[in-house]
Design a binder for this molecule. Structure first.
Ligand code: HEC
Length: 168
């Protein structure tokens, strides 16, 4: 009886320390992710707030925070034309080509992230863990698209309209 109690305590300790290790690893990963973001992880007011504990990354670059209202359809149409002209050869909305599918990107990253990546591509390709992972996966970095801020904003507006699944 005593012995099985001791065994149970030991098993408990092992499980406990394993869980601690897991939590430790997870939180060790967190500061890196946070320091990737150049502003406070803020998500634009008015646009789908992230589920608790799942702030979408904002990336690294000139766009610290955006406030987005309802979709501006004229701007989105403008962005669609730009996208078809300059992006669609490498990106499908729902399927990967030589780059990842981007139709649902705003479920994964904040709108600021898309703008920062488009305007500050080279720096994010060196410093943003998520982009570094994509370069490995797609075996090439995306060439800097050479957009100005208004063009990047128009493409962002278009990508707001392609978002398939609203965040919970
Ligand atoms: C020559 C092919 C090519 C072109 C043209 C191109 N991309 Fe990319 N794109 C890629 C590749 C490859 C990646 C993944 C590697 C990287 O991020 O550098 C990528 C990554 C991205 C990402 C990050 C996706 C994520 O899940 O974080 C976005 C957003 C993006 N591209 C948008 C665009 C837009 C918008 C345009 C047009 C202005 C464009 N791309 C033009 C190849 C391309």
């Amino acid at each position: 009886m005593k012995r099985s109690f001791a065994l149970a305590v030991m098993a408990g300790l092992i499980i406990f320390s394993f869980c601690q290790g897991e939590a430790g690893r997870r939180s060790a990963g967190q500061p890196a992710a946070v320091s990737q973001t150049s502003s406070e992880g803020a998500v634009a007011p008015g646009l789908d707030p992230p589920a608790a504990g799942q702030a979408r990354p904002v990336g690294i670059g000139p766009v610290k925070s955006l406030s987005l209202g309802p979709v501006d359809q004229a701007l989105a149409d403008n962005g669609k034309a730009l996208f078809e002209d300059r992006c669609a050869m490498c990106h499908g909305l729902g399927e990967a080509k030589s780059g990842p599918a981007v139709g649902n990107i705003l479920n994964e990253v904040a709108p600021e992230y898309v703008m920062n990546f488009l305007l500050n591509t080279g720096v994010m390709e060196q410093k943003d863990a998520r982009i570094i992972g994509l370069i490995k996966k797609f075996t090439m970095p995306m060439p800097a698209p050479g957009l100005d801020k208004d063009q990047a904003r128009a493409i962002l507006e278009y990508l707001r309209t392609t978002k398939k699944q609203p965040r919970p």
